[in-house]
Ligand binder design. Structure first.
Ligand code: ADP
Length: 610
């Protein structure tokens, strides 16, 4: 059976057909022979019984007259039946009256039986019949018939069955070799296609559909399956190629980054989204004199100056939490133990989903710049101190000029001729203007000073104060001032009031013929508030929108617009002191809008004294 499993389907089909055909024929042949032999036996029994009856009837007279001659003649007629072996007529006492034995056969007539019988014995079919005369038994007829006829028939039938079997097997063999192609060819096709696919890996191979039966459906399904695999395989190949290309790109980008980072003069580093430094370039290693592993293991904060540690770490932690750019100035320890100022900046790199995948940062040495800045700051402070003292010291003589001009004007007005009065007028006006200038200069020097700790102030309230100070001017100019609800901000109250006052003052001053309309509002942008002061005045040529913030820079020098050119410079100084920005948007004749930003939370500014 195992061997049968492994032989080709063609041979399998042939064997199945042959075995089935032969078994069917053999079984039917054996059945026919067996049935025929049964029928034959029955007919033989009937035939012999009739024959025995006829012979018994014909032997009645011979037996009644005890005439052996006549009885023998009657029995001699049995020669016509070549398979009848023995026939005997017995008297009632058991002695034989006459007998017949087939020529050539050994005589052995079976003994008479008391009753009629018909049975098969080892020698053949035995028939015993009573010979009756007027209903009385006068003797017995015994016939013995051999079974040669049955075996002859059996042999004949057997030979016929074998012949039929051989002929039909031959025909079945011929037919099967023609018909098996119907099943075997599509299967062989499928096998060929499958083998080719598995050997070459080429999924474009297709099996040919040769029939519309289940094998045809199987071929269709197989081809469909191949098509599915082919398309999946090609998309898989494409995806693999894309991935490989992406990997190559990423590798190239990585190499480019490494190359760039290593060739830059700055100390470059990268950190994980959680803030752990995972790469430090050669400059870091050379500067600190440590190995990459030491820097990674012990952490970069170990090189920071103890005084800068807390603020830097806190700012780094905040950036890690919020994802906002990191920016700090810190002193970093060199290999020789000297601390040098660095500007550290880091930005988060995000993936397609917007999640932080990496922090990339740089440390630029700004030690010289910092030293120069310090020198400059010192010089600036000295200059401010000088300006402050000078302005302060000048106040007194200027006030004297004003006071004495006033006295002269009161006491000696009538004494002076017209020229004298005009000169006195110039003197008074000059003194007044000088006093204003000195005041503005003092304010300007104070504008850069933040005193004490900053707390949140209500900018609405501050605006109210500014408007009260300008109430007179507002009324005189018949101006209307509108404003939104304004936020709480972290800025010195007097500074904010100064900015409002200067901007609204200018809006009133640089008006057109129509009554001034001023509108103040604030919007929240990230961590800052952006205030705006809009007017409908004469406007500013955009060309000068930066110049006007310089000290003594004025666009209108005619009598119509008085001023010192310091107001906007003060505003800029104040706003920038708090980390904000101020600018203007305007076109000539179309009014101007001044914007300035104020951080929502207290900026890290150091108090300074001028
Ligand atoms: P000042 O007003 O004392 O001249 P500022 O520093 O306040 O000095 O202003 C500088 C210049 O900017 C002004 O001379 C004026 O030409 C221009 N300017 C300021 N505010 C406005 C405004 N709202 N509309 C038009 N021009 C303005």
């Amino acid at each position: 059976m195992f061997r049968l499993k492994n032989i080709p389907i063609k041979q399998k089909l042939m064997i199945i057909i042959m075995v089935t055909t032969a078994s069917a024929l053999l079984l039917s042949g054996v059945g026919i022979v067996a049935f025929d032999s049964l029928l034959f036996r029955q007919s033989l029994e009937r035939d012999l019984s009739t024959l025995a009856q006829i012979i018994a009837d014909n032997s009645t007279a011979a037996l009644a007259f005890n005439d052996p001659q006549s009885a023998s003649e009657t029995l001699a007629a049995l020669r016509a039946r070549p398979h009848l072996v023995d026939a005997c007529v017995y008297r009632t006492d058991g002695t034989a009256l006459a007998s017949y034995t087939r020529p050539g056969a050994r005589s052995a007539c079976p003994a008479a039986e008391a009753r009629d019988a018909l049975r098969f014995t080892s020698r053949g079919l035995l028939v015993s019949r009573a010979i009756l005369l007027s209903g009385r038994r006068i003797g017995t007829l015994v016939l013995l018939y051999d079974l040669g006829e049955i075996s002859e028939r059996m042999k004949l039938y057997g030979a016929t069955v074998v012949a039929v079997l051989l002929v039909s097997s031959l025909i079945a063999l011929l037919l099967s070799s023609m018909l098996r192609a119907v099943i075997a060819t599509p299967i062989s096709q499928l096998v060929r296609a499958t083998t080719s696919v598995s050997e070459t890996g080429d999924y474009s191979v297709r099996a040919q559909r040769l029939s519309g039966d289940e094998l045809g459906v199987l071929v269709d399904r197989f081809n469909g399956m191949l098509a599915g695999i082919q398309s999946r395989e090609s998309s898989l190949r494409r995806a693999l190629r894309d991935r490989e290309e992406a990997l190559q790109d990423a590798k190239k980008a990585h190499e480019r980054f490494r190359f760039m980072a290593e060739s830059m003069p700055q100390k470059i580093f990268t950190a994980t989204p959680g803030g752990e430094g995972d790469y430090f370039n050669r400059q870091w290693i050379e500067y600190t004199g440590m190995t990459l592993e030491q820097i990674k293991d012990e952490g970069w904060t170990q090189y920071l100056h103890p005084d800068d540690l807390d603020t830097t770490v806190e700012s780094w932690r905040r950036s890690i939490e919020t994802g906002e750019p990191f920016h700090a100035q810190q002193r970093v320890r060199r290999v020789d133990g000297v601390y040098r100022w660095h500007l550290c900046r880091a930005r988060a790199m995000r993936d397609a989903q917007g999640n932080i995948s990496l922090w990339i940062g740089s440390n630029t040495e700004i030690h010289e710049q910092k030293e120069k800045e310090e020198e400059l700051r010192q010089a600036n402070e000295d200059l401010q101190q000088f300006a402050y003292s000078a302005s302060h010291d000048l106040q007194e003589p200027i006030r004297n000029v004003a006071v004495y001009s006033e006295i002269i004007s009161k006491r000696y007005y009538n004494v002076l001729d017209s020229d004298g009065r005009q000169f006195l007028g110039f003197l008074t006006e000059g003194g007044r203007r000088l006093a204003t200038l000195i005041d503005d200069l003092l304010t300007y020097t104070r504008a850069g000073v933040i005193e004490g700790d900053l707390t949140a102030v209500d900018s609405s309230a501050v605006l109210q104060h500014a408007l009260s100070s300008l109430a007179e001017a507002i009324r005189e100019n018949d101006a209307s001032v509108a404003y939104d609800a304004l936020p709480q901000v972290c800025m010195g109250e007097s500074h904010l009031q100064q900015v409002f006052q200067n901007l609204i003052g200018n809006a009133l001053k640089y008006r057109r013929e129509d009554p001034p309309q001023i509108y103040i509002s604030a919007v929240h942008l990230g961590a800052t508030w952006r205030f705006s002061v809009r007017d409908n005045g004469i406007g500013i040529d955009p060309h000068y929108k930066e110049v006007i913030f310089g000290v003594f820079k004025r666009l209108h020098r005619d009598q119509k617009y008085s001023g010192t050119g310091i107001g906007l410079a003060i505003c800029q100084r104040v706003v920038e002191r708090y980390g904000g920005r101020i600018w203007v948007e305007s076109s000539p004749g179309e009014g101007a809008t001044f914007f300035f930003t104020v951080p929502e939370h207290a900026p890290r500014v150091q108090s300074a004294t001028a």
